[in-house]
Design a protein around this ligand. Structure first.
Ligand SMILES: Cc1cc2nc3c(=O)[nH]c(=O)nc-3n(C[C@H](O)[C@H](O)[C@H](O)COP(=O)(O)OP(=O)(O)OC[C@H]3O[C@@H](n4cnc5c(N)ncnc54)[C@H](O)[C@@H]3O)c2cc1C
Length: 381
C-alpha cells in the first residue's frame, strides 16, 4: 500500500541517519551489549550529526525542526539495525527530557542547558517512578523543602533510564500538602547529596543503563526549579502524549523491521523439501501480521501528523501506545516461533528484539493504565 507520509527531505535525512548508524553504531553494538554499557561519546556524535535534538532552536545550536517525521525516520533506521539499547537513550532525550527543557524553562534556564544539550555535553534522564509509586504517581514520597536559595531533596527513585549516564535529571518531588502538590527540579550531576545505585539487571536492553537514584538532603538551587511550583503533575501529564507517541513510534518501527526479516527467513529456510513459505499455515501467519502492521501503521502515521499540528490528544496517544506495543509483543513472539530454535539465539535479531521490547507495554504507562485513560474518557469522566 502506498505510504504517503514522507517527503524528499525526510528521505535525504534517512541517508544521513543510515550512514551515521553504519559508521558509529553497527561496529560497536556487540561490544556494548557484552559490556552492558554504551560509549558515552556516541551520543555526543549523534546529537552533533542531528540524530536527535533537531527541535532545539537555532540560537541554542539546534535546527529548530519540530516535524516528528524526522524522529520516525530515526526510529525506523535504529529498528533496521536492531540497536534498541542505543535507541532508548536517543528517544529518552528527544521524546522526554528535551521537551521539559524546552517547554518549562525560563530564558535564563534555556541559556544554561540547551546549548550544552545541543552539543552533547549533557545527557538527561527523567525521574518520576519510586519504589512505592509507578502507575500511581500520586503516591510519590520524594520531598523538596525550601531552604533560602535552595531546595533540599530527600527520597528515592527507581527504574530510571540513563540514571547513571545522565548529567541532568528532571526529578519530581513533593513541595506541598495534597496528593498532587509536587514540582519538577533539574538535578545536576555533582549536586551534594545526590547519589546513584548500581546498574540494575534487566532481561533486555543490556547496553542501556537503568538505575536507582537517592537524594539525601540533596541541595538543589532554586534556579533549577522548572515549570510552576506545585504544578509538577500537570506538567508531567502534558508531556505524556509525546512520550507515548515515542514508545508507539519505536514499536511500529521495530515490529515492521523484525517482520520483514522474518518473511525473508521463511523464504530462505527449508523444511520438508520446500521453503517455509510453501506451508499454508506459515503464509497465513505472515498474512495476518502484514495486515495488522499496515493497519497499525496507518494509525501511527495519523498520530504523528496530529502531533505535528498540536492535536494529538492524551486519549489518542494512549490508544496508540497500548495497541501498537501489544501488537509488537504478539508479532515478535510469532516471528520468533517461525524462526524455530534459531529464534531463541540472541545472535538473531528476532531474539534480541523479543527481549529488548518486552518493556514496551510497561514503561511510559502500562497497557492497563492506557485502557483506564481511554475507558474513563468513554465513561465521561
Ligand atoms: C527498563 C525500565 C525503564 C524505565 N524508565 C523509567 C524512567 O526513565 N523514568 C521513570 O520515571 N520511570 C521509568 N520506568 C518505570 C515505569 O514507568 C514503571 O515501571 C511503570 O510505570 C509501572 O509502574 P510500576 O512498575 O510501579 O508498576 P505498578 O504501578 O505497581 O503496576 C503493577 C501492575 O498493576 C497494574 N495496575 C496498576 N494500577 C492499575 C489500575 N488502576 N488498573 C489496572 N491495573 C493496574 C499495572 O498495569 C501493572 O500490570 C522504567 C521501568 C523499566 C522497567
Amino acid at each position: 500500500m502506498l505510504r504517503d507520509f514522507y517527503e524528499d527531505d525526510h528521505e535525504a535525512y534517512r541517508e544521513t541517519v543510515r550512514a551515521f548508524l553504519a559508521r558509529e553504531v553497527v561496529p560497536h553494538q556487540r561490544d556494548w551489549d557484552e559490556a552492558r554499557w554504551i560509549d558515552r561519546g556516541v551520543y555526543t556524535r549523534a546529537v552533533k550529526a542531528g540524530i536527535y535534538g533537531l527541535q532545539i532552536d537555532e540560537r541554542f545550536g539546534g535546527s529548530g525542526e519540530p516535524d516528528y517525521r524526522y524522529r520516525m525516520v530515526v526510529c525506523e533506521e535504529i529498528a533496521r539495525i536492531n540497536a534498541l539499547s542505543f535507541g532508548l537513550t536517543v528517544s529518552l532525550q528527544d521524546d522526554l527530557v528535551l521537551h521539559y527543557l524546552l517547554d518549562l524553562t525560563s530564558e535564563q534556564q534555556k541559556q544554561r542547558w540547551l546549548p550544552a544539550f545541543a552539543c552533547g555535553e549533557i545527557l538527561g534522564a527523567l525521574a518520576m517512578t519510586e519504589p512505592s509509586a509507578g502507575s500511581d504517581l500520586r503516591g510519590l514520597r520524594t520531598t523538596a523543602r525550601r531552604d533560602g536559595d535552595h531546595w533540599i531533596l530527600n527520597g528515592q527513585k527507581t527504574f530510571i533510564s540513563s540514571g547513571l549516564m545522565a548529567d541532568v535529571v528532571v526529578v519530581a518531588a513533593r513541595t506541598g500538602e495534597g496528593s498532587s502538590a509536587f514540582s519538577l527540579f533539574v538535578v545536576e550531576r555533582d549536586t551534594p547529596g545526590f547519589e546513584r545505585g548500581p546498574k540494575l539487571d534487566k532481561i533486555g536492553l543490556p547496553g542501556q543503563d537503568t538505575a536507582e537514584l537517592f537524594f539525601n538532603d540533596a541541595r538543589v538551587p532554586h534556579a533549577n526549579l522548572i515549570g510552576e511550583k506545585g504544578r509538577g503533575l500537570q506538567h508531567l501529564m502534558s508531556h505524556l502524549p509525546r512520550e507515548r507517541l515515542g514508545v508507539t513510534a519505536k514499536a511500529i518501527a521495530t515490529t515492521a523491521a523484525i517482520f520483514e526479516q522474518t518473511v525473508q527467513y521463511c523464504r530462505d529456510r527449508h523444511a520438508f523439501g520446500a521453503p517455509l513459505t510453501a506451508k499454508q499455515h506459515v503464509r497465513f501467519e505472515l498474512a495476518e501480521m502484514a495486515t495488522q502492521i499496515d493497519v497499525a501503521r496507518a494509525y501511527v502515521d495519523k498520530s504523528v501528523m496530529a502531533y505535528n499540528v498540536g492535536q494529538l490528544t492524551p486519549v489518542d496517544a494512549a490508544k496508540g501506545k497500548w495497541y501498537v506495543t501489544e501488537l509488537q509483543k504478539s508479532v515478535l513472539d510469532r516471528c520468533l516461533q517461525l524462526h524455530g530454535g534459531y529464534g531463541y539465539m540472541t545472535e538473531y535479531p528476532v531474539a534480541r528484539a523479543y527481549l529488548d521490547t518486552r518493556i514496551q507495554t510497561i514503561y511510559g504507562g502500562t497497557t492497563e493504565i492506557m485502557k483506564e485513560i481511554i475507558g474513563r474518557d468513554l465513561a465521561g469522566n
